[in-house]
Write a protein that binds this ligand. Structure first.
Ligand code: PBG
Length: 345
């Protein structure tokens, strides 16, 4: 062992550790906090009655029919959460090439909206996911067409279906609709349709910046919405509409366009691999920024916790804090209820 020959001449005027000396001190100087109202809780809604279907890929998350969902909404409300986002899940037999069950006024999401309004009045902000992927037999977020270059997404015809879907949700009582399809012009098409039909007060939470991500895997099992279904000439991924992970200027452009088309809130999705995008977008817009802490991000922590390699409570607290610190106003997370019930945040 080598011993120091001279005593160190330390003259530390600044000692950051002085502000970390106790829990109370750390709370006192903390810059970021998470409140129940920062969360939007996601729920999957299926047709039928008495359904509680656990989702294998998302331990602790289930699909609910409208009747069982109401108990979950009450639980959500009791935790101080102000908003939910609903995803409809249909049996394969109801899926078609044009996904028209997406705007069936008796669909599970529409029914859930009416029932939730009846039970909870205006206490809960009801948001619906607007996308065709859970309703098309090919699993794409838009409609397909055959061209000399093969089967591609028919952007403009898809907008009609999306606008109809948004309208059917507005008619069933949605406070906001949330298009997640990434077609060009969909925010404008939805805004125009809602306004024309007397729903100018229904808002749009746009999935403005949505990357083509591996982290949506568990969701696609939950919603049966994988694009790899169907015939061999159907595109197998969403890369012609969702964004390329290598780009960030493109994210700012997407957000700018959606704001110009009438979006009321903007979303960045997924959350953790794209916190840099969230931080870059923050100064560009005055709209509330939402981030979606997606299914894969949830499943990873669950798997690691189950394997005993990390502490779920600490991991969840840290990830949610990081998302807020990066600039998110609101967080959609499958961990929202767990985090509040267990007082992890
Ligand atoms: C539908 C949609 C997806 C998610 C939200 N809306 C899946 C996808 O784009 O493939 C993913 C959410 C999650 O992973 O939790 N377009």
């Amino acid at each position: 062992m080598t011993l120091l020959r001279n005593k160190l001449e330390l003259n530390l005027t600044q000692r950051p550790r002085r502000l970390r000396t106790s829990g109370a001190m750390r709370d006192l100087v903390s810059e970021t906090s998470i409140q129940p109202k920062d969360f939007i809780a996601p729920f999957f809604v299926v047709p039928g009655k008495n359904e509680v279907q656990p989702i294998g890929a998302l331990p602790g998350v289930s699909r609910f029919s409208v009747d069982t969902l109401m108990g979950q909404l009450e639980r959500t409300l009791n935790l101080g959460i102000k908003a939910v986002v609903l995803f409809g899940v249909l049996p394969e037999t109801q899926k078609t090439s044009d996904g028209h069950y997406a705007y069936d006024s008796d669909g599970p999401v529409n029914e859930a909206l009416r029932e939730a309004r009846l039970n909870f009045g205006n206490d809960l902000v009801l948001i619906t996911d607007v996308c065709l992927c859970g309703y098309t037999d090919h699993g794409h977020c838009g409609l397909l067409k055959t061209t000399p270059r093969g089967v591609v997404i028919d952007n403009d015809r898809s907008l009609e279906g999306l606008a109809q879907m948004a309208l059917s949700h507005a008619e069933a009582g949605a406070d906001m609709v949330s298009p997640s399809d990434m077609m060009d012009g969909r925010v404008g098409a939805i805004r125009q349709t809602l306004d024309a039909e007397g729903h100018s007060d229904v808002g749009i939470l746009s999935y403005a910046v949505k990357y083509a991500s591996a982290f949506y895997g568990p969701f696609r099992e939950a919603a049966g919405s994988s694009p790899s279904k169907g015939s061999s000439d159907v595109p197998k991924d969403r890369k012609t509409y969702q964004m390329d992970a290598r780009n960030s200027l493109e994210a700012l452009r997407e957000a700018e366009l959606d704001e110009a088309e009438g979006a009321d809130m903007l979303m960045v999705k997924p959350a953790l691999p794209y916190l840099d995008i969230l931080a870059k977008l923050r100064p560009q817009t005055k709209l509330p920024l939402v981030t979606y802490n997606v299914s894969g991000e949830y499943a990873m922590i669950k798997a690691a916790a189950a394997a005993g390699v990390l502490d779920e409570a600490l991991a969840v607290q840290e990830k949610l804090t990081a998302i807020k610190r990066a600039g998110a106003d609101l967080i959609i997370s499958y961990h929202a209820l767990d985090a509040l019930e267990n007082e992890w945040v």
